[in-house]
Design a protein around this ligand. Structure first.
Ligand SMILES: Nc1ncnc2c1ncn2[C@@H]1O[C@H](COP(=O)(O)OP(=O)(O)O)[C@@H](O)[C@H]1O
Ligand SMILES: CSC[C@H]1O[C@H](OP(=O)(O)O)[C@H](O)[C@@H]1O
Length: 399
């Protein structure tokens, strides 16, 4: 068995050639490393006829920081296995894993080169009519079929154990729920919003609600989450979208995945006036609000339908329980969306939606909108029983 070593492009090329029939005999291959994420190496291996595959390898540390932040390479196993599971539940919207090599922490997967990263497209002002409906399907299918509604107690517990992901969960626990609410050295805060960030560090009312969301993140293993459904993890084109990058996967609260995506749509929403001229900003914001509404409505409809028709456990077949469950998922989703808005503004990992705003004053205004909206969603999540009320709040808070 080959021992772990950090891949060069040549290593990635040999790995792809060994484990795929796609390239044909001795065809001319080339490989390039082009990863732009925070954690891993990503290579594209191509032949001279335009066929290509992706090799993703986990480094023993976080790429964005370096060796001073060691990180288990077991995250590659988690990523491969989550993608394989989600691929069984929703193949049309999950990147296909072709091979996983545990010793090398390396995954061979399909190349989504006919797609674009959603975040980059939203920052350019592009819109996709099917985004909400397809992502609602992805979320409903992957979350429902990995939950207690379908799995027996023993099978579910074995799955929870298999997807224990302590190191990557700790990153989320710190970056989402702790760092933004104190003066932590990992935070990056632009000078113009420092006074508002300082208020977050004193905001005990908000911190109490964030603590409740963190406690649920720590102890509510409802379904096998992707764990990081931000708009940089979604590849999209005019026809379809596919989700990548599931290394933060674990059994957690369903609202965390739904809320991460809602939060990312709303991050783009608050950024629009800084990114675009007024008329385009207004159009893009209307598109985003429609997608937020549709995402929840379609997710809720599909999840309800699945609960009604596919639930195995007789106690969980109770329809009042199912309605209550979904209502709680909405409240959780809004809370986690709020956490995403705040952590992307004052925490370690910022997003292009805000960072691409070149005018510092406009960027600060957008960041302040993200904080106010994030706070409102977290504080009011239990009262916001309908999406209409959520959309009204978004518009009121971000004027
Ligand atoms: N299957 C794929 N097809 C095409 N490009 C990919 C694929 N997977 C990753 N990439 C590229 O690599 C980048 C980083 O991948 P990602 O999985 O987000 O890495 P990280 O885990 O380091 O965040 C993506 O933004 C994308 O440009
Ligand atoms: C040091 S990890 C920071 C941040 O990065 C992850 O996203 P990605 O790997 O897709 O860039 C995740 O959102 C983490 O919170």
């Amino acid at each position: 068995m080959t021992a772990y070593h950090i891949f060069t492009p040549d290593d990635a090329l040999r790995f792809a050639d060994q484990h795929s029939e796609l390239f044909g005999d001795h065809s001319k291959l080339s490989a390039v490393e082009f990863g732009d994420g925070n954690l891993n190496l990503v290579f594209r291996v191509s032949n001279d006829k335009g066929t290509s595959l992706i090799v993703k390898q986990a480094l023993p540390y976080a790429r964005c920081v370096g060796e001073s932040w060691p990180l288990s390479t077991d995250r590659a196993r988690i990523e491969a296995e989550v993608l394989q599971q989600h691929g069984r539940f929703c193949p049309q919207h999950t990147v296909e894993v072709l091979h996983f090599e545990p010793a090398l922490s390396a995954i061979l997967m399909e190349d989504l080169k006919q797609y674009q990263i959603l975040r980059s497209e939203l920052v350019k002002g592009k819109t996709f009519a099917h985004l909400a409906s397809q992502m609602a399907t992805y979320l409903a299918q992957t979350l429902f079929y990995s939950s207690d509604f379908v799995l027996s107690g023993p099978v579910k517990k074995a799955a929870v154990a298999r997807f224990i992901n302590p190191e990557l969960c700790l990153i989320t626990e710190d970056l989402f729920f702790t760092d933004p609410y104190c003066n932590h050295e990992r935070n990056t805060i632009h000078a113009l919003i420092l006074p508002r960030a300082r208020q977050l560090w004193q905001d005990e009312e908000l911190q109490a609600e964030v603590a409740a969301l963190k406690a649920d993140f720590l102890s509510k293993p409802q379904a096998l989450l992707h764990g990081d459904v931000h708009s940089g993890s979604i590849f999209i084109n005019a026809d379809n979208c596919k989700v990548i990058d599931a290394e933060f996967g674990f059994y957690g609260p369903i609202g965390f995945d739904v809320g991460s995506l809602l939060g990312n749509l709303l991050l783009n929403y608050v950024a629009c006036p800084g990114l675009f001229a007024p008329e385009q900003a207004e159009q893009q914001q209307a598109y985003l609000l429609a997608q937020v509404r549709e995402l929840w409505q379609q997710f809720a409809a599909q999840f309800s339908q699945l609960m009604a028709s596919e639930t195995q456990d007789s106690a969980l077949q109770n329809s009042r329980y199912q309605q209550h469950f979904l209502q709680q998922v909405l409240a959780d989703s809004l809370g986690y969306a709020g956490c995403e808005l705040i952590r992307r503004t004052v925490g370690l990992a910022h997003v292009a939606d805000l960072e691409k705003i070149t005018d510092a004053k406009k960027r600060a205004e957008a960041e302040l909108r993200a904080i106010e909206l994030g706070r409102a969603l977290i504080m009011q999540r239990a009262k916001l029983a309908q999406m209409d009320a959520v959309l009204t709040l978004v518009q009121q808070v971000t004027v």
